[in-house]
Design a protein around this ligand. Structure first.
Ligand SMILES: Cc1ncc(COP(=O)(O)O)c(C=O)c1O
Length: 474
């Protein structure tokens, strides 16, 4: 038995662990080991295998043994060999496909199985500002003092906290200073950090992101649903809770802003009860034809915790967010984070600070705002023409729209969309299980999700699914 770690850093820079065992020839053992690695998914489709010579040297076998094993696996369809690009794991090996598909729930179509992804939650990731991010990263690294590469401060880099304090004041009307801002890896991380600080049940909107509810439930936090009406959450129903989580700029997912009177009322409630409001400002930058709705936090920075992230403005892959805290919570939140920064890359923090200070972040947001506005307009126009019975709501802001449907028709509309290759969610997915407010039928359309070139086809397929009389082109 021979065991080896093969370093084949050229181009792919990763290690390949192979165990050659069994009584047969070395060639058979190598073929078996490689086949197992591909079948189990340990060697992903497209992975480049080490050159014959280096694998042979590392395993202590003849070069021809490796060449023969590769040739056999190419013939069987496990590997592909192309001049100039070496030997790679085949893109589609029959063994892997059923396992991946088998994990997909039937009633919640995921992007991999749908031709058109209109699920909410993701910006157009093809618009990520690669050059600006690279330029910011380079500048940030060039300027960074050596201490940057040591353990990070859990509060976050001062450069980013200062940049955010100025940006949020300018763009969102937030009243704060850098030492009230704690950097985190996004909204979900902020919720986790706040669990231990805000004890007791948490009021939430009756429609919201199930992921956040599940996260809270897993930590034993009871959520109490507040009904919604045309002015947003019914904050008059708040009672003995210690905190409430709201999406005031753009209710998620139904789409309207929280009415001015309710904004004032919820802050009054928090003052009277010694409670706190968590403001999820997830897409506050993206508003189109209405006056910007500033952050609720500005009404009372000692009663509102504003939480934001770059997940909608830049990319959910960056994993950077921020909490703007009342002074009394800063110490507890920092204690919850631990002694060192263990979540948010310090280098990414510096790059984001540079992106903001250099003006590139604003330029990017403005460019994406135009792109999303034009998509929103196309969606509204196409539905007015092809499916005029459907009311489109929640479109003055954000990255998604809600298509209101007649009662009882949501499920069949989702299924019609799936038949057209469109993945999207019905409003029922977002409903709190304990709410007693009447259910609304509707589809949540994430019009920002597809890349620019894919949007037209996605829209066409959606209209095909919703047009009276079924799919036909106009
Ligand atoms: C309602 C809502 N809140 C917050 C977020 C941001 O979450 P995170 O910062 O954890 O990516 C999202 C998704 O982007 C969201 O849909």
């Amino acid at each position: 038995m021979a065991e080896s770690w093969v370093n084949y850093a050229e181009r792919i820079g990763s290690d390949l662990h192979l165990e050659l065992s069994g009584p047969g020839s070395r060639r058979a053992a190598l073929i078996g080991a490689l086949r197992d690695a591909v079948r189990s998914g340990r060697l992903a489709p497209g992975t480049r295998l080490p050159p014959y010579r280096s694998l042979a040297a590392d395993l202590g076998v003849a070069r021809n043994t490796v060449a023969d094993a590769y040739a056999e696996l190419v013939a069987e369809g496990w590997l592909t060999a192309r001049q100039g690009s070496g030997t790679r794991v085949a893109e589609r090996t029959g063994a892997l496909q059923p396992a991946v598909r088998g994990t997909e729930p039937v009633h919640r179509p995921r992007a991999r199985s749908a031709r058109h992804d209109l699920r909410q939650g993701t910006p157009d990731v093809s618009g990520f500002p690669r050059s600006a991010w690279l330029a910011s990263y380079r500048r940030a690294l060039n300027r960074a003092p050596n201490e940057v590469f040591g353990p990070g401060d859990p509060a976050g880099r001062p450069e980013l906290r200062a940049a955010l304090a100025a940006y949020l004041a300018r763009a969102r009307g937030v009243r704060t200073e850098p030492n009230r801002i704690v950097i985190c890896s996004g909204f979900a991380h902020a919720l986790r950090l706040l669990f231990g600080v805000l004890l007791g049940p948490l009021a939430v909107e009756a429609y919201g992101l199930p992921f956040h509810r599940e996260l809270l439930a897993a930590e034993g936090v009871r959520t109490v649903p507040l009904p919604l009406d045309e002015h947003g959450a019914r904050v008059d129903r708040l009672a003995r809770e210690r905190a409430v989580l709201l999406t005031p700029a753009h209710q998620f997912p139904t789409g309207g802003p929280l009415h001015a009177e309710r904004r004032a009322a919820v802050v009054d409630w928090a003052r009277a009860r010694g409670a706190v409001v968590l403001e999820d400002d997830y897409d506050g930058e993206f508003r189109y034809d209405r006056k910007p709705v500033g952050a609720l936090q500005s009404l009372d920075p000692e009663r509102v915790i504003l939480i934001g992230s770059v997940s909608k403005s830049l990319s959910p892959a960056v994993r950077l967010g921020w909490m703007v805290l009342p002074e009394r919570y800063v110490g507890d939140v920092l204690a919850a984070k631990g002694e060192r920064e263990a979540w948010a890359s310090v280098l990414d923090q510096l790059a984001l600070a540079d992106l903001i200070v250099s003006g590139s972040y604003d330029r990017h947001v403005r460019r994406m705002r135009q792109r999303y506005r034009s998509r929103r307009d196309r969606l509204v126009a196409a539905l007015a023409e092809r499916a005029p019975h459907i009311e489109v709501s929640g479109v003055a802001a954000g990255l998604h729209a809600v298509l209101r449907l007649p009662p009882g028709s949501e499920r069949s509309a989702v299924e019609a969309a799936v038949r057209q290759g469109v993945a999207l969610d019905g409003l029922a997915e977002f409903r709190h299980p304990d709410t007693d407010m009447p259910a609304h039928d509707g589809l949540v359309v994430g019009y920002a999700t597809p890349s620019e070139h894919a949007y037209g086809a996605a829209l066409e397929a959606l209209c095909g699914a919703l047009a009276p009389g079924g799919p036909s082109r106009v």
